[in-house]
Write a protein that binds this ligand. Structure first.
Ligand SMILES: Cc1cc2nc3c(=O)[nH]c(=O)nc-3n(C[C@H](O)[C@H](O)[C@H](O)COP(=O)(O)O)c2cc1C
Length: 394
């Protein structure tokens, strides 16, 4: 077995995208991989493809192992283009392959690439026999697209989970026992927070469904990043915790500022929180990335958001942040808003309205200071932080 083998005859044939730093707005400081798996048996199956800009390298890699014409099945677990955009070229060259996708996957393939190749559909429980091993399909709608599906290699107990359990992490290594655990978990939680956070109840239900099916994977091989083989239950347990919004005694203070008054308020609020023993992260928009702020929020109990008033509105970076966070629907957080203004006010009101519409739990009426906070104002901010800390601890 070489370093790319999951098991005898099961090969990673993905590609490493070392230099991608912006993945549809998700900041990927460590790059990513597009994982594809080639299963050699009496019949040959390829599970998922790679982003089309890497299709030549991908085809070369497969051809080092087998002729493309010998591939019997191409399984498309998910139609998002990072995994499917090499399908048109490989489908043309792998002339004898049957393409398999979920019903929604079939529709999405046609909607992306036209009606150019025949596609067979699979539903949960359907199997194909490769000779010495079977592939079983498990539909996973909205994890994270309607078409999403997992492929389970029954005999080896390998779950090819597509985007679930993935991480944006480029590495020369393929397996979890080969890289630093804290790096792996940092990228796994960032991935969960930014991609799967709004789908928490579906995540926990799908995990329970898989357990009920009697599936207990020995290896979980996602479509991005590192393969979990040393202890796959670790990432399953982490997903269960994240999916229910399990939080620590932690607050995240997010803000922006033009002339630093809201910054001074944010620092005083943070001191108040810390004085009560609450772990607190103070993050300024336009310095910190939304990708990282969202990840911090996943495990926090309270989120305190500050903005100066600009033209009777919140500062624009807050608009982008609130658009992103309300879409991600973090569960079970306590919310509060603050900011400095000059005459009309407006920022705290407009942020609060957005949070109310999103159904967030707002724990107080917010805090506003006219222009530059003086000593008394800063004391008020400190106490505001202390009060929130008490709510976090209660
Ligand atoms: C371009 C500009 C527009 C502003 N518009 C408003 C406004 O519509 N209403 C208001 O109450 N204050 C307004 N202000 C005043 C700021 O909210 C005030 O200076 C505040 O203290 C700035 O907080 P900061 O130091 O955190 O940026 C405006 C300030 C600037 C620079």
């Amino acid at each position: 077995m070489n370093e790319n083998c999951l098991s005898n005859g099961i090969n990673w044939v993905g590609v490493i995208d070392w230099n991608i730093r912006d993945f549809h707005g998700y900041i990927t400081r460590r790059g990513t991989t597009y994982n594809s798996y080639l299963i050699l048996d009496k019949k040959i199956a390829l599970v998922d493809t790679v982003k089309s800009s890497f299709s030549k390298e991908f085809l070369d890699k497969i051809q080092e192992i087998t002729d493309l014409e010998k591939i019997d099945y191409i399984i498309i677990n998910h139609v998002e283009m990072d995994h499917s955009s090499s399908l048109p070229i490989i489908a043309e060259l792998a002339k004898n392959a049957t393409i398999i996708a979920s019903q929604r996957g079939k529709e999405a393939i046609i909607e992306h690439y036209g009606e150019n190749f025949p596609i067979k559909t699979a539903k949960t429980g359907d199997e194909i026999d490769l000779g010495n091993r079977r592939l079983r399909f498990i539909e996973a709608p909205m994890l994270h697209w309607p078409d999403s599906m997992f492929t389970y290699i029954v005999e080896e107990k390998i779950l090819l989970s597509n985007d679930a359990f993935g991480q944006h992490l480029a590495s020369a290594f393929r397996f979890d026992d080969e890289i630093e655990e804290n790096v792996l978990m940092e990228e796994a939680i960032t991935y969960y927070a930014n991609i799967l956070m709004p789908l928490g109840s579906l995540v926990s239900r799908k995990i329970q469904e898989i357990v009920k099916m009697g599936i207990s994977p020995k290896i979980i091989a996602p479509s991005h990043g590192i393969i979990w083989r040393s202890n796959p239950s670790k990432i399953i347990q982490a997903y269960l915790d994240w999916s229910i919004g399990k939080s620590k005694m932690k607050a995240v203070v997010v803000f922006d500022t033009m002339w630093n008054s809201t910054n001074d308020m944010a620092r005083a609020i943070t001191k108040g929180l810390i004085s009560e023993g609450v772990e607190t992260k103070l993050l300024k928009l336009r310095s910190a990335e939304n990708t990282d702020i969202i990840t911090e929020i996943l495990t926090a109990k309270a989120v305190i958001v500050g903005s100066p008033t600009l033209n009777q509105q919140m500062f624009p970076s807050l608009g982008a942040f609130l658009t992103y966070i309300t879409g991600l629907k973090p569960r079970g957080k306590l919310w509060s808003f603050f900011g400095s203004y000059g005459w009309s006010r407006g920022a705290v009101k407009s942020m609060t309205e957005i949070a109310k519409r999103a159904g967030f739990e707002i724990i107080n009426s917010g805090l506003e200071v006219k222009y530059v906070p003086n000593k008394d104002d800063l004391k008020m901010c400190f106490d505001f932080g202390k009060e929130i800390a008490k709510k976090i601890k209660s």
